[in-house]
Design a protein around this ligand. Structure first.
Ligand SMILES: Cc1cc2nc3c(=O)[nH]c(=O)nc-3n(C[C@H](O)[C@H](O)[C@H](O)COP(=O)(O)O)c2cc1C
Length: 164
């Protein structure tokens, strides 16, 4: 069991704020995720850590694919909405009227309103405590907004870390 101080300490680490898209057999969903990182240059790989109770977890587990969409600093409300409702009950894409386009390689749609999309195929899965890490090879990528500033999170609050 981690100490209270350790939990306070880890909240000082800034994280990116992304949307993870996943699709399987006609079902499509996005969820907010901050535990996302590049893990290899060659081949290009990223990881995302997802709790098994998420709807997104089921879709990635079944399809073996996901898309990381990097959010911009003015997308705090999108991050909070997609991070507080489950696709099990809410069609988040429809509610937020998110515009999508087909992926170049994966079957998961790409978001038109974000900084960049990374199309990933799962190459490894690792349990990590109460989460599961999906490691994905980045099989395609596209920059949507050249000059936008990314949304970062500190202390569990998206937008609370402002880059210089
Ligand atoms: C800023 C933010 C970051 C989050 N990061 C993660 C994360 O990295 N992993 C995770 O499993 N849940 C994370 N969550 C929680 C999920 O986004 C949330 O449980 C969501 O409702 C799950 O949606 P789903 O059931 O449609 O997949 C985060 C929430 C917020 C607001």
């Amino acid at each position: 069991m981690s100490s209270k101080e350790a939990k306070e300490a880890i909240k000082r680490m800034p994280w990116p704020v992304t949307l993870i898209g996943a699709a399987h057999e006609g079902r499509y969903n996005v969820m907010t995720a901050s535990w996302v990182s590049q893990v290899s240059f060659n081949p290009l790989m990223v990881m995302v850590s997802i709790a098994p109770e998420r709807y997104t977890y089921e879709l990635i587990q079944k399809s073996g694919e996901f898309v990381v969409s990097i959010l911009a600093k003015e997308q705090v409300q999108v991050a909070n909405f997609c991070g507080s409702r489950s696709g099990k009950e809410t069609d988040k894409i429809e509610e937020l009227k998110l515009k999508t386009q087909p992926g170049k390689v994966v079957k998961v749609p790409l978001l038109q309103d974000c900084i960049a999309n990374l199309e990933c195929k799962v190459v490894a899965t690792q349990e990590a405590g109460d989460h599961v890490i999906f490691i994905g090879e980045v099989v395609a990528g596209s920059v949507v907004r050249e000059d936008a500033i990314p949304l970062l999170m500190l202390n569990w609050k998206p937008g609370s870390f402002v880059p210089l």
